[in-house]
Structure formats: structure tokens, C-alpha cells
Write a protein that binds this ligand. Structure first.
Ligand SMILES: Nc1ncnc2c1ncn2[C@@H]1O[C@H](COP(=O)(O)OP(=O)(O)OP(=O)(O)O)[C@@H](O)[C@H]1O
Length: 325
């Protein structure tokens, strides 16, 4: 298998994305997460074709769930890596539960381990515009705020020294399929993708086609655009909340100045409270927990929340909300 000379509009789009976003820099070491499906094969070929321009050092990581339904997939990806002369790293799961959530959790952990063992600062995945639309819908149904609706972001830190980059977020799944067909890339049809037990697959195969037919033929692009808009708004709000938290918190103490918070909009109050709880208790608070503490901003002296995991409570002490153990 050879990667051809042909230059497509997807090559151009990825090249432009990299130039505009500056997240895959020249000569960087990139670990490409390849499942064997159409999106990550498309990503792999695009990165290989752009490599001479960007001088990246590329390698492939594959995570084998070791499920009976996808026997052979790891060898398939290994074979592709050998044919294209790219280093190949594999992690294999043992007794992994057949659930979408546990598979995802294990997979990210495995990818992080490979990156750390092999000294890669960046993991690149083949998430597409279509994944973004599906994730937005999935989170909407579960009652997420703007943070969940911004769905997949172009970039997110996995650890302080490791970034996840998703450079195909402006390319749709039909486009990656067409690309794979054009270059005869050997797509592995993932059996788990067909399984309607998984909510994501039902959104992909039932909900989105319905919306496309009956509401908007461009629904995926429309949802992805919503995610993009929300992404920049969330970034702005989070940054403003960090600034306000720094002003309202007594350094190194679990106390918030509620007089300062009173002047802020509810959207910011909630975010400051969330960051404060996250930082102080090292937990990701639920909506109810954030609401309970936010309520204390205007509550009488001595008011308190119910107990957080680990035994802490938030209590009003004069001008301050204190998290006490
Ligand atoms: N078994 C795997 N081995 C390596 N990389 C994988 C594997 N499965 C998925 N990936 C990577 O993740 C990308 C997204 O795949 P998929 O949508 O199946 O994952 P996901 O875990 O549901 O994503 P997310 O949870 O981030 O929405 C793929 O394009 C690929 O880069």
C-alpha cells in the first residue's frame, strides 16, 4: 500500500486548520489514535501526506478492547502501520466490560500510557464534525449546560504535559468515507458501531437521519456550528470565572467573598462556585451541589449546605462562604 500523490480538498482543509489553529506545530511528535475505522484511517493518510511539509514524527497507537466481536482488528491496524512504515504501539485490555463508557475510559487511559511511555506530547484522534453533532445531541438529552453542548473541542489537555488534538472537526463522516474509498483504504467495520444498545449509535443511526429527513438536511453541520459557537463562549466564561475566583478567594483558604460574587451575573456565580468546589474538594460537583453553594451567596449568616462526599459542608460566615470539614 502506498500513499498516493493525489491532493484532495481534505488535504487542503487539514493543512489550513493546522496553520490557523497552530496546534500541530512543525517537527512535533504526534501519536495518532487509529481504531481502524474510516475516520482514523482518513486522519492517518492525511497526516502522512502532509508530513513532508510539516516534518512531524508520526506513530500509531491502537487500543485493542479484546472483545470477541472485533477479533483481528489489532493485526489489521498493525499491518497498515507496517505497510506505511509507521511505528505501531498497542495496548490490549483484559476482561473489559462490554459497555461504551468503560471502553472509552480504558481507551483514553491506554492512549495516555502509550504517549507517556514513548514521550509523545500530543495524541491526535479522528473525531469528525459528525461526532461533534452526535455528542451535542447526546449531552443535550442528558441535560448538559453549555460546557457539554460545546461537545468535542479541537484541543483538550489530558495531563499537564499531554494534549488531545482533534483536527478533523470540520470534516464530516460522509467525507471521510469518500476519501477512504478514493484511496482504497482498508476500513475495518467496527461491530460495536452497529450495536443499538449504545445510545450514541442510536443517535447516529436513528435520531440524526430522522432530523435530516424531516427538519434540516444540513443538521449535522448546523449542530457542529452550535458546538463551535458555544465552545468560544464557554472559553470566555471560564476565563472570566477564573479571574473572579482569584479576586474572591482568600489565597490558600477555602473561603469565598460573597459580597464580590453578588455583583456578578448568575452564569459567572455558578462557574466560580464550580471552580471553587473543584479546586478545594477535588471533585466534579453535580448541578445540585453547585446550586446549593450558589444559593449561599444571598443566604442569611450561618446557612449551610448538606454534606459533600468526604464530609465537607459549605457555610456562610459573615461576608464569606467557607468550605469546612
Ligand atoms: N480502539 C481504538 N484504538 C485507538 N484509537 C481509537 C480507538 N477507538 C477510537 N479511537 C480514536 O478515537 C476517535 C473517535 O472514535 P470514537 O468516536 O469511536 O471514540 P469515542 O471514545 O466514542 O470518542 P469520545 O468519547 O471522545 O467522543 C477515533 O477516530 C480514533 O482516533
Amino acid at each position: 500500500m502506498k500513499h498516493g500523490r493525489d491532493w484532495t480538498h481534505l488535504h487542503t482543509r487539514l493543512h489550513q486548520t493546522c496553520r490557523q489553529r497552530q496546534f500541530l506545530k512543525k517537527q512535533q511528535r504526534l501519536l495518532i489514535a487509529v481504531s481502524g475505522g474510516q475516520d482514523s484511517l482518513c486522519l492517518l493518510k492525511l497526516l502522512l501526506d502532509l508530513q513532508p511539509k510539516w516534518e512531524w514524527q508520526l506513530a500509531i497507537a491502537h487500543c485493542d478492547h479484546n472483545w470477541s466481536m472485533d477479533v483481528g482488528i489489532a493485526d489489521h491496524v498493525r499491518h497498515i502501520a507496517q505497510n506505511w512504515d509507521v511505528p505501531f504501539y498497542l495496548k490490549t485490555a483484559h476482561h473489559l466490560k462490554e459497555s461504551e463508557a468503560s471502553a472509552r475510559q480504558w481507551r483514553y487511559q491506554a492512549l495516555i500510557e502509550i504517549a507517556q511511555e514513548r514521550n509523545f506530547p500530543i495524541i491526535v484522534t479522528g473525531h469528525t464534525l459528525s461526532d461533534r453533532a452526535e455528542t451535542l445531541l447526546y449531552n443535550l438529552i442528558r441535560g448538559s449546560g453549555a460546557d457539554g453542548l460545546q461537545a468535542l473541542t479541537w484541543q483538550r489537555p489530558l495531563t499537564p504535559n499531554l494534549q488531545l488534538i482533534r483536527p478533523l472537526l470540520n470534516i464530516s463522516r460522509p467525507e471521510t468515507l469518500e476519501f477512504c474509498q478514493q484511496f482504497h483504504l482498508p476500513i475495518w467495520e467496527d461491530a460495536a458501531n452497529q450495536n443499538l444498545k449504545y445510545a450514541r449509535n442510536r443517535i447516529r443511526t436513528q435520531v440524526l437521519p430522522y432530523l435530516k429527513t424531516h427538519f434540516n438536511p444540513q443538521v449535522e453541520a448546523a449542530l457542529a456550528r452550535t458546538a463551535e459557537i458555544l465552545g468560544s463562549e464557554v472559553e470566555y466564561l471560564e476565563e472570566s470565572a477564573r479571574t473572579l475566583l482569584a479576586q474572591a478567594q482568600i489565597p490558600n483558604e477555602p473561603s469565598l467573598n460573597r459580597i464580590l460574587l453578588r455583583r456578578a451575573a448568575l452564569a459567572l456565580q455558578r462557574r466560580v462556585v464550580r471552580q471553587f468546589i473543584q479546586q478545594t474538594l477535588s471533585i466534579a460537583p453535580s448541578f445540585e451541589q453547585i446550586e446549593a453553594v450558589t444559593h449561599l451567596i444571598n443566604a442569611p449568616n450561618g446557612s449551610r449546605t448538606s454534606t459533600f462526599p468526604g464530609g465537607a459542608v459549605a457555610e456562610v460566615r459573615g461576608d464569606y462562604i467557607c468550605l469546612i470539614h
